[in-house]
Design a binder for this molecule. Structure first.
Ligand code: FEO
Ligand code: CA
Ligand code: CA
Ligand code: CA
Length: 694
């Protein structure tokens, strides 16, 4: 085995404003799973005047007051801050301190237990976990690197109503850390993106299969035990969806020339889903897995890359894990090399990357169902999907962020009205995709990405709706969408219809590129934006927005009250976001592994989860996680008395030297020197049996 360094250290060339910039270590293609930036050169819309104003405000430290004043309007009256220091009736727990321990820390009166770590058997022959597990074993086990997640009550009628003791836990597995997956990697020198290769440069096929089967989605029935712990139940619905599972392509791109391949000459099918970050839950009780940083898994060595590859960051040189190098040469692996190799697109895999970057629907209650890629929702680095509460007779409305630097926030409105009796995934196959433009005065509008509208015409390079959707980013560039600081999760407050999105950071934003919604240059810390649709109508073409919180240290942060964050609430890099049934807003953080516990980031400790009151803006730290991980994924049972969260990539901060010598920074959750760190779900209960957060 030779030591193959991760590709992220090789392919780090980016371009901004048409100027190529050689990147630094902090802007490598991936930091764990953090993305490359927008390489397009569409203009920024903030005016010079506004930019200067914002810069002065930042320098004076009065950004908070300015933002609050700017956006106080009638639509936001219901969201106004309470007086400073008012204690929220929503948040009943005592804040936990920041932590650098290799442990889960929860408030007094709460208990945290482990469920479904990577490798736990859930289906088939239930192969027990071992580093020696094969690729075939992995297909019957929980995948690696847990992310977005939902608990579906076992009755199967409603995503939020039913049993609180028995259900299907469905979760994404975003990516893998091969060094912790393969027994042969132990003792070798690997960083978090490294993977073993053979002397001839190929990869052992079974290792590739294992990595592909550790991606995708896990579906497992789980039930509550008498002591409050939960365990996996053997059930015919337990299932793994992986990077190899056959899937249907639906919506306007189905049958398009852009998705025709050797595997699917008619452009209707593909294999697998990858890099599933956050998720979505449809009103008709199915699960959506969003495909985020899929582009790095492909390469295209052609002299010129089509925009549907180039605009998404497909590399000319190599793939993230070298799956295309599997020594069997079988086409389920070689398809990740999208170079033109034969005479036509239906004889090779030049279009394979176009079958990724979508939202995938899975029916967890039908284990024989074929997952569906819904192309009407657009193709980008989908972080996740959040829905407005459905209204009988009205269109379905959902939102999705494109998590890369300077990318956009989108809204989809179905063409057909919602009817509880007949609702299905077909609602997601016909409708209008909009992209957001945030004005500096606190208003904003949705711009339709519809063929023939807003200049999206053949004269401007858009041939039809399928072309627009495969090239969603290019279409959004063209119509002048607002370039955001990496949109991550969204959440909708079902009581008010207000939509919240985390904007996790953007170290590349220059001072002349700031605007009111992305107000800080070299934004290390991130913020949370929220908006109300005009007239409280989810299908409205305009909205009013404000910033719920500017994350950061005490001297560079602002809560809704205008006060800075304090010892009980300091956090940065918001990522996961979810409203519980009481409108408590849960915020999860993802400080990148290059930054965690170092320099200016050290004061925030390990990644954490906080709860916020959307009315007062009060924020309080509820949980701190172990070393090297991010906290992501959160859901409660319908009675709100059991909460599930995920811990992803513990130990990822282990350096290659530490890995080689076995000095892993984390051994969570097993805390056994013979066990590698493992992503896992954490089950949180209140010792008095009460509602989580109260
Ligand atoms: Fe996979 Fe954007 O976090
Ligand atoms: Ca991450
Ligand atoms: Ca995320
Ligand atoms: Ca993130």
């Amino acid at each position: 085995m030779s030591n193959k360094r991760s590709l992220r250290q090789k392919y780090s060339r980016i371009a901004k404003g048409g100027v190529d910039v050689r990147s630094t270590a902090n802007d490598r293609q991936f930091d764990g799973d953090e993305p490359i930036c927008n390489r397009s050169d569409n203009p920024f819309f903030s005016s010079i005047l506004s930019t200067r104003l914002q810069r002065r405000q930042v320098l004076r430290g009065t950004l908070a007051a300015a933002v609050t004043t700017m956006f106080a309007g009638p639509v936001l009256d219901g969201l106004k801050a309470r007086p400073a220091n008012a204690s929220s009736p929503m948040l009943g727990f005592k804040a936990v301190p920041v932590s650098e321990a290799d442990a889960i820390v929860v408030p007094e009166g709460y208990t945290a237990r482990i469920l479904m770590p990577w490798g736990e058997p859930i289906s088939g022959s239930f192969p027990s976990f071992s580093l020696e597990n094969t690729g075939a074993d992995q297909e019957m086990q929980v995948g690696q690197h847990h992310d977005g997640m939902h608990f579906f009550p076992i009755e199967g009628n409603s995503p939020y109503e039913g049993s609180s003791e028995d259900g299907l836990l469905v979760m994404n597995h975003e990516y893998v850390e091969p060094r912790y997956m393969h027994a042969s990697a132990i003792g070798q020198t690997f960083d978090s993106g490294g993977y073993p290769t053979k002397e001839d440069g190929t990869r052992e096929t079974d290792q590739v299969l294992k990595e592909m089967n550790a991606h995708g989605v896990s579906i497992a029935r789980v039930s509550r035990q008498a002591d409050g712990s939960w365990s996996v139940v053997r059930d015919e619905r337990n299932r793994r969806v992986t990077a190899l599972t056959p899937m249907e392509i639906q919506g306007p791109v189905r049958g398009s020339d852009l998705v025709k391949t050797l595997y699917s000459p008619d452009g209707t099918r593909t294999r697998g889903t990858i890099n599933n970050c956050a998720h979505g839950v449809t009103p008709w009780n199915t699960y959506l897995a969003a495909e985020e940083n899929w582009a790095g898994y492909f390469r295209n060595a052609d002299a010129t890359l089509p925009r549907e590859h180039d605009r998404y960051g497909v590399s000319t040189e190599g793939t993230r894990y070298g799956w295309d190098l599997a020594d069997s040469g079988a086409d389920e692996y070689t398809r990740f090399d999208a170079s033109s190799k034969a005479g036509s697109p239906t004889e090779d895999y030049r279009n394979e990357p176009n079958a990724f970057g979508w939202v995938v629907e899975i029916d967890p209650f039908n284990p024989g169902s074929t997952p569906v890629k819904h192309t009407a929702l657009g193709r980008f680095a989908h972080e996740g999907v959040v829905f407005q509460p459905p209204v009988e007779g009205q269109p379905i409305v959902c939102y999705s962020g494109d998590d890369a630097r300077f990318e956009y926030i989108y809204k989809f409105v179905s063409a057909q009205p919602y009817s509880q009796a007949t609702a299905s995934g077909a609602l997601l196959d016909e409708g209008t995709l909009y992209v957001a433009q945030f004005n500096d005065d606190g208003t904003g509008q949705w711009i339709a990405l519809t063929f023939g509208e807003n200049g999206l015409t053949p004269e401007n390079g858009f041939q039809d709706q399928a072309d627009i959707l495969v090239n969603t980013r290019t279409a959004a560039d063209f119509v002048g969408a607002t370039k955001m600081d990496r949109p991550e999760w969204g959440a909708v407050d079902s009581r008010t219809g207000a939509v919240y999105f985390t904007l996790t950071n953007n170290s590349r934003r220059e001072p002349e590129q700031v605007d009111a919604v992305n107000p800080r240059p070299a934004n290390q810390w991130g913020q949370i934006v929220r908006w109300n649709e005009s007239g409280s109508n989810p299908t409205a073409m305009s909205f009013e927005w404000d910033l719920f919180v500017l994350a950061g240290p005490e001297n560079d942060s602002r809560k809704l009250s205008g006060e800075p964050l304090n010892a009980d609430s300091l956090f940065v890099n918001p990522d996961g976001l979810w409203f519980d049934a009481d409108s408590r807003l849960w915020i999860q953080t993802d400080i990148g592994e290059d930054s965690q516990n170092t320099g200016d980031f050290a004061q925030f400790g390990n990644n954490q989860m906080l709860a916020a009151d959307p009315n007062t803006g009060e924020i309080r730290r509820f949980l701190a996680g172990p070393i090297g991980q991010e906290i992501t994924g959160v859901i409660t049972t319908p009675d709100q008395r059991t909460m599930f969260i995920n811990v992803q990539h513990p130990g990822a901060t282990t350096t290659e030297e530490e890995f080689a010598t076995g000095n892993f920074k984390s051994r969570w959750p097993d805390q056994n020197p013979a066990m590698n760190p493992r992503s896992a779900t954490v089950v949180i209960t209140k010792d008095d049996g009460g509602i989580i957060g109260t």
